[in-house]
Design a protein around this ligand. Sequence first.
Ligand code: HEM
Length: 523
Amino acid sequence: MNILWPYGLSGAPILVYLLLIPCLVALSVVVYRLTLHPLARIPGPFLAACTGLYEAYYECIKDGGGRYWVEIQEMHRRYGPIVRINPWEVHIADPDWNAVYKYSARASKPRWFYFRFFGKFPSTNVAESHALHQLRRGPLQVYFASSNIQRYMPTIVAQVDKLCARLRAADGCVVSLSDAFRCLATDVATGFAFGAPFGHLDEPTFDREFNVSVRTVVKTGTWSRHTFGLLLPMLHSLPESVAKKMNPAFGRVKWMKDTMTSCVQRSMNKPEPAPGSPYDMVQTLVASSLPPEEKTFPRLFSETRSVIMAGTETTATTLVCITAHLLSDPFKLHKLRAELGAAEAAKQEQGGGPLEYADLRELPFVTGVINEGLRLANPTPSRLPRVCEDQDLRYKNYVIPAGTTISTTTQDTHNDGRVFAHPQSFLPERWADPEERRRLNRYLQPWGRGARLCLGMELATIDAYLAVSRLFGPGAGFDMSLYDTQDEDWVPYHEWFAGFPKGRGLRVRISRSKEVGHGKEGI
Ligand code: HEM
């Protein structure tokens, strides 16, 4: 008698039973999810409640992937402000509902969403529990303090000036500002982290290859999220030659990894700065009260990597959005230039130099332009999920049990016509009235929400103000006009945590005078 199958059946039915068992288990799970599961009453598509494969299809396959954020918007149109977007997660689109972020002292980040996407890099932004997050964020927050950012102001200004000088020298050429702004953002972030920028702005092509490689990596991250986090570690462990053969962009990823490795190692081995001299970011973490296991090379490398990644795409996408809107609307561009011109003239009269960040913040139209950019750019179309472990939360008549993953998407608020009239229009004027500005500011949330709020918001804001004032101010010495660019070339389409357009990016033709010449195909 067969001890594995004591009923005397032959091998064939065993195989059938072996196949049947997982099917029955899957069926029971689906029935449970649709009937007894605590989220069974939350509205949403039938398939999304049954299986995570529904989300995986939109994230990995449909229209090139990264499209679940659009499907979630569609679900809200169909089912209302609260929807079950997968078997274990609800998404809420209501500008006045903030409970899960208010309780962020107890909320954690879902591991499957963040850790599987970003890979095994133990950094602040993927810390799962609130306690670990607070521990890691503490010393970083010291480094991102306003006073420390001010110390790096000359480095930031130098990067913006370098970009302007390159554009000035590109008279008659077509330039991809999508690439150029990514270089600017990377050099600002690395200049701030290490005191010396990586030099992407010196790359003759504005490092198009690197920018393409970032896109490839984050797309792989999305696949990894839906394949149990296995894909990214597998890719990282491939020999360089094999990885490059699979996708040439991975060569550039390796280059970035090597550059970061040597910078982090150099900082770790630097002698302690003299009293009063600045520490760089890695030195700040090393000198902090973090426990030794939080100061290892992999930890410091991961932190550096995450800060640079967090600062690059986001800032660049915001600058792209602002520039595209201004170049499509001569009236707004004229108004901006007039305000910058008047402010600069006033400063010159008082014997001052070029407009600085503190001056620019006082200019209402410039501030409106930056705020509209932050509102419309949508650099992180991703939802920002949290799990409130120890407390049920409520949305209207629905009780959301403790342990449920809950998410919101800041862009839903930014596009809500009840908060921002004509939400799709770029209207810097809407920020002019101080009373109205106070109201709107409560709903401007590009930096995320709660205890996990963006650490780089001041750095990014300074970058944006300076870039806008230098690119469009009277001293720029060049003009830009859109070159063969449609909305789909720059508007975020794919969400791979950050937003990426479908098309070729924002391209402009540079000209010294107002007249657009016939230029060379360019940079
Ligand atoms: C316009 C530019 C930027 C936007 C819109 C933006 C947006 C965001 C958002 C939405 C989050 C929260 C993510 C989450 O909840 O999972 C975040 C976190 C973060 N950002 Fe930014 N960011 C920008 C620029 C920067 C810059 C320039 C840096 C640094 C160089 C930076 C560093 C970080 C870090 C370290 C975190 C993680 C914070 C934490 O988990 O405690 N960001 N950012």
